[in-house]
Design a protein around this ligand. Structure first.
Ligand SMILES: *Cc1c(COP(=O)(O)O)cnc(C)c1O
Length: 228
């Protein structure tokens, strides 16, 4: 099936309140172009070098989302154009993003990544850490950032009940943080949960943004980059 037919199928399933972020990591520019031509504008990437190469090759009105672990020393390279960093997992990264957004005279949207999976290796703030951070009110000093919400990645498991519980826990945290620290702030509204295998569950639990790769583009090419 072509990327554009897959795209249309996925779009039909998504409620109007849920945005699709097309996760194009490890797919070549022509595949992204095909989704773009079908009407998709928001794409997610998880490696800085790969993103920079694609940014240069593809149309300027693409809205790039960074969704992988971002090293503080690489922020500078993407700050001139990145629309959203969904994977903010430390105060240091927030500070650097704010600084670089200011230097580029623009605003960068960010989501705070929360660790919801039972797996150890995933990145993100713990529930306690994020409360602690917001309690300090330091986020209010980041005038070059829009803090738009939370992002989470569920455990890689076939156990639907567990995935649903993880999403529900994040949705509850989102509601609580919104009330306590972002009351009246229209911007804080996004809950980025759901990938190819679990986005329908995520939508039932309140997702406003699904990050879909495989279901749209097919299997990832793990030799990506060897050819360029
Ligand atoms: C790769 C990735 C996705 C997309 O995963 P699929 O299962 O291919 O849809 C979504 N979110 C993040 C953070 C990712 O790294």
């Amino acid at each position: 099936m072509s990327i554009s037919s897959r795209f249309n199928r996925i779009k039909e399933e998504l409620p109007a309140t849920v945005r699709l972020i097309a996760v194009s990591k490890l797919h070549e520019a022509p595949a992204i172009r095909e989704a773009y031509d079908a009407g998709q504008r928001a794409f997610g990437e998880s490696r800085v070098q790969e993103l920079l190469a694609k940014y240069e090759q593809l149309p300027p009105d693409i809205e790039w989302h960074f969704i992988g672990h971002l090293q503080v020393n690489k922020v500078k390279q993407i700050a001139p154009f990145i629309d959203t960093v969904q994977s903010v997992d430390s105060l240091k990264l927030l500070e650097k993003l704010n600084e670089q957004a200011g230097k580029n005279r623009r605003r960068i949207n960010v989501l705070l990544q929360v660790h919801i999976a039972r797996e150890e290796h995933k990145f993100g703030f713990s529930f306690d850490e994020i409360e602690h951070l917001l309690e300090s009110r330091i986020h209010e000093t980041f005038i070059h950032l829009n803090i738009k919400g939370l992002m989470g990645i569920a455990t890689f498991t076939g156990d639907e009940k567990q995935i649903r519980e993880e999403f529900a826990a994040l949705a509850r945290l989102f509601g609580k943080l919104k009330e306590r620290y972002f009351a009246g702030k229209e911007d804080f509204k996004e809950l980025s949960i759901g990938m190819s295998d679990d986005y329908l569950l995520a939508i039932e639990e309140g997702s406003t943004m699904v990050r879909i790769g495989t279901k749209l583009f097919g299997e990832r090419n793990y030799n990506y980059g060897n050819s360029i």
